[in-house]
Write a protein that binds this ligand. Structure first.
Ligand code: ASP
Length: 330
């Protein structure tokens, strides 16, 4: 029998944070932003910045040569799936794309744990998007390889929150001391849930602007209040716009509603236009996780404060950093 090859059913280590000195995230799942502290964030942003410089200089390099990512999406995605693919390929690795589960054994009734156990037989890391809250945590219970949560229903979207925070950091030079206004569908928007949680690690002021029907979940409000962060809710942007450093806009998550939503009724509640921008600070940014539907008028795109397309680009570097870290190469 060949020596030194671990048996096929051996576990790769799932080390607790910080136990592996060179790569604190080596072998770890990334399920929730609750896993991170300020030190982790500084580390991730340093690595992401290095990735940015490397891509600018050489385009791609072989850090993850021979490694395989399984990209498993039970819900639509443009940016998250393609930026994970580009991240893996720029690092010399390759991807098994299952971006339309209707062509996979899922339609034959295969369970999530079995699908994940299948993919990890072929891949080194799995990125998962699924409509149910807790699905990534469930997958991670069964998987021996790292699971990265790419959105679990209305739960969390931790890699988006990391790229959002990285955007604020890169664009405004700091996070402490800022007033961040989250506006739109704060009830079902998973990106605002993750971002608000992550921002509690900084000294920020949080404003929530939404129609009643789409307001920020009260349990999450209480969870954030317990950290001592100042928060306030509004139905309109005008009282807080002039003080806002980061205006983070989200679309109505119409796929999450049991009853079809009356978009027309919600539409008037918040649309960012060039008029809105005349009342905003000179040094501030407008962000959006995208896709945009009608929440930001296209005329705003020309404004240098419109950061949403740059925000999307930062995602590739954050995801390169995360892949390198969980695979023990950063
Ligand atoms: N792309 C983001 C998400 O997957 C935001 C959105 O869909 O509105 O949550």
């Amino acid at each position: 029998m060949t020596k030194n090859i671990p048996p096929i059913n051996s576990k790769i280590p799932h080390l607790p944070f910080g136990d592996h000195q060179d790569s604190p995230f080596y072998g770890r799942d990334i399920i929730s932003v609750k896993q991170f502290n300020r030190e982790h964030l500084d580390y991730i942003f340093d690595v992401a910045h290095e990735m940015y410089e490397m891509v600018a200089r050489v385009g791609s390099f072989d850090l993850l040569k021979g490694k395989i990512l399984a990209s498993l999406f039970y819900e639509p995605s443009t940016r998250t799936s393609s930026s994970f693919t580009s991240a893996m390929e720029r690092l010399g690795g390759s991807v098994i794309p299952i971006n339309n589960v209707s062509y996979s054994s899922v339609t034959k009734g295969e369970s999530l744990p079995d699908t994940v156990r299948t993919l990890e037989a072929y891949a080194d890391v799995i990125v998962l998007r699924h409509p149910e809250v807790g699905s990534s945590a469930l997958a991670a219970k069964y998987a021996r390889k790292p699971i990265i949560n790419a959105g679990d229903g209305i739960g969390e979207h931790p890699t988006q929150a990391l790229l959002d925070l990285f955007t604020i950091h890169e664009e405004l030079g700091q996070v402490d001391g800022l007033t961040v206004t989250l506006m739109g569908d704060l009830k079902y928007g998973r990106t605002v849930h993750s971002l608000a949680r992550l921002l509690t690690l900084y000294d920020v002021k949080l404003n929530y602007v939404s129609p009643d029907l789409l307001s920020f979940p009260s349990e999450l409000f209480d969870e954030i209040a317990a950290t001592g962060i100042s928060q306030a809710s509004y139905q309109s942007l005008s009282p807080v716009l002039a003080d806002t450093d980061v205006l983070y806009v989200t679309r109505v998550q119409k796929e999450r509603f049991e009853d079809p939503v009356n978009h027309e009724a919600l539409k008037g509640a918040y649309v960012v236009t060039t008029d809105t921008m005349t009342d905003a600070k000179e040094k501030m940014i407008v962000m959006h996780p995208l896709p945009r539907v009608w929440e930001i008028d296209m005329a705003v795109d020309e404004d240098p404060r419109a950061a949403y397309f740059r925000q999307m680009a930062y995602g590739q570097y954050i995801r390169m950093a995360l892949l390198a870290m969980v695979l023990g190469k950063a």
